[in-house]
Design a protein around this ligand. Sequence first.
Ligand SMILES: [Zn+2]
Length: 962
Amino acid sequence: MPTRLAGSPRLLVALVGLALTLGSGIIAQTAQNKAVLSSGQSQSQGNDDDFARQVHQWTTRPDFISPLVDHLPKVAGVPSPKDVLGHHIGEPNKLTYYADILTYYRALAAKSPRVKVETIGKSNEGRDLVVVFVGSDESIRNLEQYRGYLAQLADPRGLSEEQAKAIVAKAKPLYHLSGGLHSGEVGPSEMLMELAYRLATEDSPIVDGIRDNVIVSITPVADPDGRDRNVDWYYKYGIHETEGHPTGAGVPYWGKYVFHDDNRDINYSQVEMRALLDWYLQWHPPIMHDLHQAQTLLYTFSGQAPQNPNLDPILFGELPMMANFEMAEMAKYGMPGVWTHGYVDMWSPGYLAFMSSNHNGMIRMYEIQGTSGANTTKLHLGNPNAPAGRDGRGGAPAPDAAAVTAGRSNQAQREWFRPWPATGDFDWSLRDNTNYGETGVLIALQYTSRFSNVILDNFYVKSRNSVETGRKETVAGYVIPAGQRDMTRVERVVNLLRMQGIEVGRATAELKLKEGDFPAGSFVIKRDQPYSRLAKILLEKQVYPDPTLRTYDDASWTMGLMSHVEVKEIDDKSVLDAAVTPLKEKAITIAGTMTGAGPIVAVAHYGSNNMIALRYRLKDLKVQAAEKDFKQGNVTFPAGSFLVSGGTAKVKSAVEALGLTAVAMSALPSVPMHDLDLPRVAVYSTWGSTQDVGWVRYAFDQFEVPYDLIYKDRVRQGDLKSAYDVIVIPNQAGTAKRLVFDIESRGTPIAYKKSDQFKNLGMYGESDDITGGMGIEGVHEFDKFVRAGGVLVTLGTASYFPSEFGLAPKVDAARTSAQFYSPGAIIDAEILHPENPIFYGYDQKTIAVRYGSGPLLTVQTDSDPFAGAGAPPPTPPGVLMRYPGGDDHVLSGLMRGANEIRNKAAIVDEPNGKGQVILFAGNPCYRWQNFGEFNMLFNTVLNYNDIKIEAPKPAAPTSVPQ
Ligand SMILES: [Zn+2]
């Protein structure tokens, strides 16, 4: 137990505070809060009367508050949120901008020895990313020492059992809380300020216990850019909404690139998420608790099925213990509507706070009932006797017709995991949201303070088990062989593993294992390491545990398959003893090579995504693509390889920096080739569905592809062909109709524009009215663009558009049946025209692709009168790639009904006038994940005016009927 001596300065502060407030009605307040006092609040501490009165007013029902949060200490010299912000937390119609949130925490830290603010990075738009620590004076003074203890427990190799127990006895759990990951879920970021103040100042048995035994760390707003845009939007539109008259449109952007997907960013592409991961690996909080705002009235996650069986069973015991404690305590406080178990599952490792359970800690999550911004809104909770129906996402049997129809579960229904649902109609305020969230978190912290040794011991044992399990289990490690054709994708996979703290070594000599021989320099991931479970989760093929259950997000993510990198699973235990040089650096760079001499440089196209970056870095040089393979010295250059004329020194430095393989030579080889003209590229975005567009923007930005982001206004302006050669319509909107008509117009224009008052709006695009969509007028302009020679590229669900609106009249786009279920399986796709430039760099006819919910594409063929009866219809020449379909071609994850996609087109090239439409049924640029597919999109852009379709083959004479 930590010493309590550190409490004496605090007592002094409290006494001073009491003395200062005695004259202002504290006695009356104390009497009024008699029940509160019995539940824990100190009698010796002065309270803020104004707070109690206002919070009482803002709380819409007496049972929507607990004695933990109905009062707030007043401590002289330590600023409460109101002292800095001018209002108490939870005031109706008040939301706080991020800069003010930071100002508050920094003011608090300046005046309290129990609070410390650490800056951990910058957001995409340049805002400071911070972590706020709150604990006893002693904890904050000795933070570094406590960090050291947790680091030892996180990697207990070399510790004896006794040494580990000794560390457990003197360590303190770090409990990390995070708000504002989803910018529209505004409440928790307000609440956390009050929580920090309360934890720093309140004298009560519960808070004293927390302060002494737990160190709390806080991410005030996980996506601060999105926060400010949402607050702007709220003050511009949301605040004027009344019941039955919503604006009808949300703010078009949260973060720079993505909305909710910042919680699906499995490879930590976004700087905000990466900064938190880097911080995590320094501090090792055993618990990360992510605060969201969606369910009624408070949902506390307990890790339900489908569960990833690689995770330690201890975790699946800890999670419901804490959730049930919260549910029971809140019921004791008389607060209805708290439930657990029935929402989200424990399958995908890609959620942000999973960084904790992925690293032997514990992910926790709340969904707290939200409001519309900070407005008090009327909730109409369904009839408790209505059919139950689960949410249908996460653990629910699938397909669940009731849930699909209802769109969500009936949360007014009593269930074994929801013993006291909230029912009926009532008002719900921002303060109600604060009361629920803060009460829940205080209970969770109370539990942590009471069982701090258990939590720390579990953290230690889970870490130790992870090392030992790796030694005992069948899978002893993974090898990523050196000498793969494209080492840039190998480099990426290795770096993504390193980013997550996974140990990777390079074999110092050739490895001879049961699974084969691997050259020296191969990358070895041994499973006797603290993050061996995570390595397995990321690298193995996902075997979905129960095909009758739905999952909340993706069913598969296998890194090797997603990246088209060879990763060998190793059972041979001798891999654990393989001699390796551990990678010390966080990221490796595999340099490219250029040999030979001469004015022409051939750069091999081995499928690297860096090829497009190279083309743009050499934009002033003449670059051609070889249409057939050729040899130069001992290097075979496959079709698609670049031939660069002149600028050899510049080419060399770019090739080396980008990890590519090149040979300089005296003259061009004698192979057919075409110029790689640089296209003028636009990316089209609706206003109502910008997220998947954001992922394509992110990939284009990373690989240095310049483009214009265009919206309906530009399309309607017309004459697209004079400005662009290629227009990409990323996956978005779900249906063609939505893509065309987008956000419904309700008569009043809704502007997304920057102004002096709203500086965060109008970013990434602006419009006087984001409603109405491009309309038929826009369809006509796209049609004119294609007919005039433009190349229109549609990805995923956007591929319904050219089919259903006549831009690709011979292509049909159907939908899978209601029984079909495939949350992001990885499956086979068969390349039918390997010579087509879209497939430059691929050396296999069958490749792994992610299957989303894109259309089932077929191309109508003119019936062949000479074909014999029963002869299979010829595959139309425009079908460039197709799905073989069937269970045998599911490589990882879950696809129920895999026969439905049998022989459906995966990529179609459909000529129209002088131009063409290239439809991808899948999404070759899915999040920051399927790197093996990105290259098909990049090839399409680079070779846009050289993608030709073979003429249909004449019917064979033998088929002439007699
Ligand atoms: Zn959320």
